[in-house]
Design a protein around this ligand. Structure first.
Ligand SMILES: [Fe+2]
Length: 227
């Protein structure tokens, strides 16, 4: 469904449409959908529906590199690498947890019986990385498919949890240059949270490699200033 983490459809509508809050998607339609779970205005980054799911199953020890369940599934293999920067956009930020979730190569948030139903909206292709000493991270996965029958571009959702902030916040999805669904209209509605999520892929030994750098706090509402 076409929803940001901060904008889920009311439960009845979800039932009627047969779709859940599979995380966000991109903003075009989401901006017209009211949040079902209003929260305090001081929350860093604003409302973030289903984002609490990032803490379910979170490992005690998180590395700078993660390999998703999708890596061994059908689809185009993909490596997302990047650097997390402090708000100055220059200084690398270490120890920042990034949580990602995505569809499979068919555009579906597929679940299995083993999964706790609480995390079902995010599907089974999810994971965590913690930025290393130089702010670096790597995610090995497969390229997500687009939602069947919808206009949304292929995307990977990312949440950021900084060690010194009380809550997580979402940043712009990873989107793929060259995706025909990534239209000029779609681009116009991007918020550029954490910096642009649009990546250019390059094929290396059969793996699409892309870089998604993140600037903490950039275009994040209620982000605390350092002064
Ligand atoms: Fe999504």
């Amino acid at each position: 469904m076409l929803i940001h983490p901060n904008r889920c459809l009311p439960a009845l509508l979800i039932l009627l449409l047969g779709a859940g809050c599979n995380g966000q998607v991109n903003g075009n339609l989401g901006k017209e959908a009211a949040s079902a779970t209003p929260q305090g205005s001081s929350r860093v980054g604003g409302n973030c529906d289903t984002c609490e799911l990032m803490y379910i199953g979170i490992p005690e020890s998180i590395n700078a590199t993660d390999t998703s369940a999708a890596w061994k599934e059908p689809g185009q293999k993909l490596l997302i690498s990047g650097t997390v920067y402090m708000p100055d956009g220059i200084t690398p930020a270490s120890g920042v947890i990034l949580y990602y979730w995505q569809t499979n190569s068919e555009g579906v948030y597929k679940t299995s019986d083993e999964l706790d139903q609480k995390i079902e909206p995010h599907g089974h292709i999810r994971g965590w990385v913690k930025s290393g000493e130089e702010g670096e991270f790597n995610i090995y996965t497969t390229r997500p498919g687009a939602y069947p029958g919808r206009k949304d571009p292929q995307h990977i959702h990312i949440l950021v949890k900084e060690p010194n902030l009380p809550n997580e916040y979402y940043i712009d999805d990873i989107l793929f240059e060259g995706d025909p669904r990534l239209t000029s209209d779609w681009r116009r509605n991007l918020e550029n949270r954490g910096g642009s999520g649009i990546v250019q892929t390059k094929l290396e030994n059969g793996v699409q490699v892309a870089e998604r750098n993140i600037i903490l706090g950039l275009n994040i509402p209620d982000y605390p200033t350092s002064e």
